[in-house]
Ligand binder design. Structure first.
Ligand code: MG
Ligand code: MG
Length: 267
């Protein structure tokens, strides 16, 4: 079931999304060679709690193996859902940091892939292409289009440049729940799938690899890695479907103020 949001609900979602944006910027300040990923997680959790919100990933899934942390930190060939801990970042790593919060009953969920120091030209191209594909998808997120238009735009942009588009994980509706209908695949055919309507709110999140699209789950039950060991990138925004042009609720501006990263300042 797809929930259309009122303007007052969208305002609450903007507050939640912007809190994630600011949390990612706090993390950005500490991303450097030698930092433990567990330290980044503590910084994020403290910041979220201080702003009267709840880290939405912590405890996610419930049952025997709930997600144990505030951030998903996924390094190099880890695509998503990496668990922060004692691992230290090293020069040349690429690091996806994904964060979710619940504030006043509404969720924000977005992600950015950082460069640790100097990274290879091949990885820079991967990050740039993945970020561009996110905005190609958002361009299609307008009233009257179909879900397939979003995925098709992302897929074409990435596959034309030789990258793999992960199939097993997809974007999603978001609102009073972190994951709502509809699913938003990063692949698809134009004109296919659910019709987009004003007031739908979607988390769009291309997960793109330098090799094959195939992935596997590590024995921790969470971390998703590429099956062929190639590096992967992940960017995510929370978006409202509107007439003519989508509205992006989250922002990378706070991050880029910190990173001063010209390669990833395409938007
Ligand atoms: Mg998401
Ligand atoms: Mg996310």
């Amino acid at each position: 079931m797809i929930f259309l949001k009122s303007e007052s609900e969208i305002e609450k979602m903007r507050t939640a999304a912007q809190l994630v944006s600011k949390t990612l910027a706090e993390v950005a300040k500490e991303i450097k060679p030698g930092v433990e990923t567990g330290k980044l997680d503590r910084i994020a959790e403290d910041f979220i709690v201080k702003h009267s919100a709840r880290p939405a990933f912590k405890g996610y899934g419930g049952g025997q193996n709930p997600f144990p942390a505030t951030l998903c930190i996924s390094v190099n060939d880890e695509v998503v859902h990496g668990i922060p801990g004692s691992r230290k970042l090293t020069e040349g790593d690429i690091v996806s940091v994904d964060c979710g919060v619940e504030k006043d009953g509404y969720f924000g969920d977005h992600a950015y892939t950082f460069m640790v120091g100097d990274v290879s030209e091949d990885d820079k191209r991967l990050l740039k292409t993945t970020l561009e594909s996110l905005y190609k998808g958002i361009e299609q997120t307008v009233h009257g289009n179909k879900i397939g238009d979003i995925g098709s735009a992302i897929q074409k942009h990435c596959e034309k440049r030789g990258y793999g588009v992960v199939r097993d994980l997809v974007g999603h509706g978001i609102g009073k729940n972190m994951h709502e209908d509809p699913s938003v695949p990063n692949y698809g055919r134009p004109g296919r799938g659910e019709r987009l309507r004003t007031g739908m709110t979607l988390a769009i999140e291309p997960m793109i690899t330098r090799g094959s699209w195939k992935v596997k789950t590590l024995s921790d039950g969470w971390t998703i890695v590429t099956a062929d060991g190639s590096n992967a990138a992940h960017f995510e925004h929370d978006v409202v479907v509107r007439e003519g042009e989508a509205e992006i609720l989250s922002t990378f501006d706070y991050i880029t103020e910190i990173t001063k990263n010209e390669i990833l300042e395409t938007q």
